[in-house]
Design a binder for this molecule. Structure first.
Ligand code: AMP
Length: 402
């Protein structure tokens, strides 16, 4: 009975996956979208079934009931394959949680207390936890935090240069996000290269995007900050900008806080620059030679180059640059251009190894290349959450046995 049901509750969605953390086998997964709207959509995929259903789903409790019914009707039946635990993705662990934790009422209250730090994400995560604990009361539930991997950052990396008392009072510091992915990917790189003593930069480039510097397996810097808005250019988020732009827009364009929040989180990034947050469109237009697509790609890449160089400096060198997530895994041209831009650091790429799309983790540097390596490692946050869920529960069993 070693399967873990991994749940990722968003404000109007519920992603789920039943996975064996030892074999990595996915028994069935899916997503419920547009919860609370007139028509919600459920996509469920098992080993031999794939269904999409449009239903009316009022809230997350109904969504989870629909998911549990799908497992019952289409399989695999949870009672037959067994569920050892439920692993919940929680976006913000704040200053409170630096590792996964077994959920009890205090933990739910603790995650809820962090809502001011993550008003867009933590409320949905709490709702997901509440309904899942009600519907699956007989298995342990574990919260795995997106921020936890970056709890090792030193003060010089996590401190913002603002009034220190104000920052302390309101818990303002760099937390970092996508930690589960950066931890999983950097761990895979160490495993593949057979070395723990590596200076790694991981670029998680999806709709959300972040960079991390990982030295000897420990995170030392990351591009996202108090919230997931800082850092790289993303699908709809601006990433780094001069904070005075906010005051300026307020003054000259009369924009209020809500409008500015929406602008920077939802209407900026690739969408703001190119009108669509899907990088595939930008990539297609880049290949077609459309000048604006080239300009936007140059802007995107410039920010990436800036961060890789900065992190090489922070770590005193770089051994591996790894690409992951939707864009990082699927855009060979971007990897090629990055390796070229960073050739002064000793990077090189093998075009034949780099070109094919693959779900396998791989080294795309030339055979025998002695400088820093370029890798592509597909991320697997659900598997990582399942593995951390089991490790957390095993740790407690070991503590009890001591
Ligand atoms: P993720 O957030 O990791 O699911 O990644 C989503 C992003 O990956 C979207 O912007 C997609 O357009 C992008 N993506 C997926 N396939 C490709 C591709 N072949 N080339 C460039 N971007 C892609």
């Amino acid at each position: 009975m070693s399967n873990v049901l991994v749940l990722n509750a968003g404000s109007s969605s519920l992603k789920y996956q039943l996975v064996n953390p030892v074999t990595s086998e996915v028994l069935a997964d899916g997503i419920v979208e547009k919860i609370g709207e007139d028509v919600s959509r459920v996509k469920h995929e098992g080993v031999s079934v794939k269904v999409t259903r449009d239903l009316q789903i009022a809230d997350h409790a109904e969504a989870l009931k629909v998911v549990l019914d799908l497992y019952e009707d289409l399989g695999p039946r949870l009672s037959e394959v067994g569920v050892a635990a439920v692993g919940h993705r929680v976006v913000h662990g704040g200053p409170t949680y630096s590792a996964p934790v077994v959920i009890n009422d205090d933990v739910v209250a603790g995650i809820e207390a962090l809502v001011p730090l993550a008003p867009l994400h933590n409320p949905a995560n709490v709702t997901g936890i509440r309904v899942a604990r009600q519907m699956l009361p007989d298995v342990p539930h574990v919260a795995v935090f997106d921020t936890a991997f970056f709890s090792t950052l030193k003060p010089e990396a996590y401190t913002y240069a603002i009034d220190a008392d104000l920052a302390k009072q309101h818990h303002i510091r760099r937390y970092g996000f996508h930690g589960t992915s950066h931890q999983y990917v950097s761990g895979k790189v160490s495993e593949l290269l057979g070395r723990d003593d590596l200076k790694q930069v991981v670029l998680h480039l999806g709709n959300g995007a972040s960079a991390s510097a990982v030295k000897n397996g420990v995170a030392v810097d990351t591009s996202m900050g108090l919230t997931p808005l800082e850092g790289l250019i993303m699908g709809t988020r601006s990433g780094d900008l001069d904070p005075a732009i906010i005051f300026h827009l307020h003054r000259v364009a009369g924009m209020d806080l809500a409008e500015l929040d929406d602008l920077l989180n939802k209407q900026s990034g690739i969408k703001g620059l190119y009108g669509d947050n899907d990088m595939r469109k930008l990539e297609t237009d880049w290949y077609a030679g459309i000048p604006k697509a080239h300009l936007v790609m140059d802007i995107y890449r410039h920010r990436l180059t800036h961060y890789v160089g900065a992190y090489a400096a922070v770590m005193g060198g770089i051994d591996v640059l790894t690409f992951t997530a939707g864009v990082g895994e699927n855009d060979p041209q971007l990897r090629l251009d990055m390796a070229e831009a960073l050739s002064f650091l000793g990077f090189a790429i093998d075009r034949e190894k780099n070109a094919p799309r693959s779900k396998e983790a791989r080294n795309v540097s030339p055979d025998g290349h002695e400088g820093p390596q370029v890798m592509v490692v597909p991320t697997n946050e659900e598997l990582a959450i399942a593995q951390q869920t089991v490790a957390t529960l095993d740790g407690i069993r070991v503590d009890l046995a001591d």
